[in-house]
Design a protein around this ligand. Structure first.
Ligand code: PLP
Length: 297
């Protein structure tokens, strides 16, 4: 089945879908995006994604091109046209196309909207997943990583370096040796008292939607969450480590650089949190007991 993409008012074959060469997302990375989890054809935590999208647009002074209702319609239609049952939907909004000039004039620009969707395997339970290896690298990104902009070159280079070393992700490290987040996810550890530790959002990280959801779920499970920076050395000695994102969900980290974390297998707390997240997502997607096996389309 060929994939379908939405670009500026049109649904067309993904392979032929195109934007103007003067689109500022292309020339200046002048755009923002969201990636939303789809379970059972249902977008998870959509309101939270819209809230973050609005904030990103506002911080960059890009006008919102259409209402949430219209964007929701476009995303649902893209999910439907691509026959995605479990997967992700990608939404990108650029400032628009104009002759290349650093200075922008919103009055003469129409924001560009791109939407794609693809399938993704969502595990049934934590028993179906194993841990991943990560490497640590200096965080060389700009200071506005709180904005979900398409300006991702340092993240791209970091993740590609990780892949080149056989690792799944790169954990990014600030000048003082503290982990900020990962190239495409948020970083967490479980300390010796069983508390979750993750860096505060005000401090050089993206406010991950999965991160926010997991905090709520952790509190419901009476797991204490501490928002503070942690060092690479502390992470290597942690009881457990994991990362969170829309595409990775909750992923156990079994090795950081050359150091095995815990016993090298997904830890108890990480598995509980992944199961709680899967239950939550299925419940929001309309499975009443939250436990039904998600059937892949
Ligand atoms: C740098 C970075 N941090 C964190 C995240 C996790 O965010 P979310 O949970 O909303 O996917 C992402 C996701 O793309 C990311 O790119």
């Amino acid at each position: 089945m060929s994939r379908i993409a939405y670009v500026n008012g049109r649904y067309s074959a993904h392979s032929r879908a195109s934007v103007h060469i003067d689109d500022r997302a292309h020339t200046f990375a002048d755009g923002v995006y969201e990636v939303i989890l789809v379970v059972n054809r249902h977008m998870i935590d959509l309101e939270d994604h819209f809230r973050r999208l609005d904030r990103s647009l506002c911080e960059l002074d890009i006008p919102r091109p259409m209402t949430g209702r219209v964007l929701t319609h476009i995303m649902n239609r893209t999910i439907h046209l691509n026959r995605v049952v479990d997967g992700i939907v990608y939404l990108q909004i650029s400032r628009g196309a104009a002759p290349r000039n650093h200075v922008f004039d919103n009055a003469s620009l129409t924001p560009g909207v791109v939407c794609t969707a693809r399938r993704l395997d969502v595990p049934a339970t934590s028993r179906d997943v194993s841990g991943v290896e990560v490497i640590t690298l200096p965080d060389t990104r700009w200071t506005r990583v709180d904005i979900k902009s398409v300006s991702l070159l340092p993240n791209v280079l970091a993740r590609t370096r990780a892949a080149g070393r056989g690792a799944y992700e790169a954990w990014l490290v600030d000048g003082e040796g503290f982990v900020t987040e990962c190239a495409a996810s948020n970083a967490w550890i479980v300390d010796s008292s069983g508390r979750l530790v993750t860096r505060p959002v005000a401090d050089g990280i993206l406010r991950g939607i999965t991160r926010e959801r997991l905090m709520t779920l952790a509190r419901e499970l009476s797991i204490e969450v501490v928002e503070r920076p942690f060092s690479v050395a502390e992470a290597k000695q942690a009881r457990e480590a994991f990362l969170t994102s829309t595409t990775s969900l909750v992923k156990a980290v079994s090795r950081i650089d050359e150091t095995v974390v815990g016993n090298g297998h997904p830890g108890h707390v990480t598995c509980r949190l992944l199961d709680a997240y899967l239950d939550f997502a299925r419940h929001q997607a309309g499975f009443p007991d939250g436990h039904s096996r998600v059937v892949l389309g």
